[in-house]
Design a protein around this ligand. Sequence first.
Ligand SMILES: *[C@@H]1O[C@H](CO)[C@@H](O)[C@H](O)[C@H]1NC(C)=O
Ligand SMILES: *[C@@H]1O[C@H](CO)[C@@H](O)[C@H](O)[C@H]1NC(C)=O
Ligand SMILES: *[C@@H]1O[C@H](CO)[C@@H](O)[C@H](O)[C@H]1NC(C)=O
Ligand SMILES: *[C@@H]1O[C@H](CO)[C@@H](O)[C@H](O)[C@H]1NC(C)=O
Ligand SMILES: *[C@@H]1O[C@H](CO)[C@@H](O)[C@H](O)[C@H]1NC(C)=O
Ligand SMILES: *[C@@H]1O[C@H](CO)[C@@H](O)[C@H](O)[C@H]1NC(C)=O
Length: 364
Amino acid sequence: MMKQNLLVKIITLLPWLILFFIITELINANVAGVEGAKKSHGAYNNTNSLKLFVFGDSYVDTGNFLNSGSYNPPYGISFPGKPSGRFCDGLVLTDYVASFLKIKSPTPYALRNSTEVQYGLNFAHGGTGIFNTLVDGPNMSVQIDSFEKLIQQNVYTKHDLESSIALVNAGGNDYATFVLKNGSFQDIFVFTESLIKQMSLNLKRIHELGINKIAIGLLEPIGCVPMITMRSSYEKCDETSNLVSQNHSQMLLQIVQQLNKQMGKSVFMTLDLYNSFLSVIAKMQKRRAENSTVMNPLQPCCKGEDLKYFCGSVDNKGARKYSVCEKLESSLFWDTVHPSQNGWYEVYLMLQSSLGQLIQEKNF
Ligand SMILES: *[C@@H]1O[C@H](CO)[C@@H](O)[C@H](O)[C@H]1NC(C)=O
Ligand SMILES: *[C@@H]1O[C@H](CO)[C@@H](O)[C@H](O)[C@H]1NC(C)=O
Ligand SMILES: *[C@@H]1O[C@H](CO)[C@@H](O)[C@H](O)[C@H]1NC(C)=O
Ligand SMILES: *[C@@H]1O[C@H](CO)[C@@H](O)[C@H](O)[C@H]1NC(C)=O
Ligand SMILES: *[C@@H]1O[C@H](CO)[C@@H](O)[C@H](O)[C@H]1NC(C)=O
Ligand SMILES: *[C@@H]1O[C@H](CO)[C@@H](O)[C@H](O)[C@H]1NC(C)=O
């Protein structure tokens, strides 16, 4: 089924190579300053003891990747108005989930101090995965180790954890690493199985540490990120790549159902990023068909002047080598990999009914 001639393979591979180039460049970019990240922004006051603990990658990281491009302009231009360590122009999924729970977005683990842990902590780190990736950061197991250490130090009590929620999102960088190291999607199905197996162990561990509500992101349609859609001039998603996301998501869903059966209660629930992204894309494409001045959802808002550059690039004289679109407010993607604040908001709207399950059964 995956049999392809060499040319097709190379064409399939190319966007991933470029994708990795960009990820690497972003990471190697210099730090601009971290003051912005400490600013909290919750729209609500905390009226309960609920805490949110977050594990995973750049889609949920809010500032743990200190030496990355997420701390350089133009990241953070919409919120908080300067770079804050989010791989976005503003708020990301974690922030919207926290606002749904009526708590402040949890402090990034890298920026924590003893007075800032009452809303939980965010252990997610851009570029990382379930397994080790080409990015030198803590994989999800190591992120959970950090969480476990804090529990051993009594930073959180058993009661704290019983009324807490975990948000987990990873996998995209594992697939990028697989393709870049192996050269193709060959045997990807076997790899998906091993990824899901490890994810299952991670989820059980988070529960065993005392958290009774765990939301897990299904994999976004990786064939729709602009770095991949670029080769169709941003006209369509790559179906082969999306099949990988679809299979991953289906297997994850099955594992979650199995785990809940084992537990005899619904500890684990999924956030269907796969179908949410596709719905948002369809909605935006429809809007665009009626009004051609609306932003194409498969196009990045911020991008390099040419293939050598990326969102945030400057030359050795400090001159900008990127551009930011005018219609950021109607975009889905901020850069070539990450949704914009508007994109995350639209996706969040699709996830709201699922998120309701997190607070429905009152275990706190
Ligand atoms: C939040 O609640 C505390 C305690 O009730 C209060 O002192 C504080 O002013 C409130 N903060 C906001 C932003 O409403
Ligand atoms: C810890 O965070 C609080 C609240 O943001 C801040 O006032 C305080 O200065 C911080 N302490 C350290 C040691 O960073
Ligand atoms: C996570 O990273 C640690 C440290 O590099 C490594 O020992 C461990 O095997 C990794 N775990 C997985 C599941 O890949
Ligand atoms: C390369 O593919 C093999 C299976 O064919 C898999 O076991 C391995 O994990 C892959 N390498 C990476 C870096 O993902
Ligand atoms: C998707 O899943 C089917 C089995 O349900 C499998 O045969 C196929 O190889 C998988 N494809 C990918 C790209 O993982
Ligand atoms: C088309 O969309 C733009 C915003 O992108 C808006 O300013 C304009 O009013 C819209 N035109 C119509 C006819 O709806």
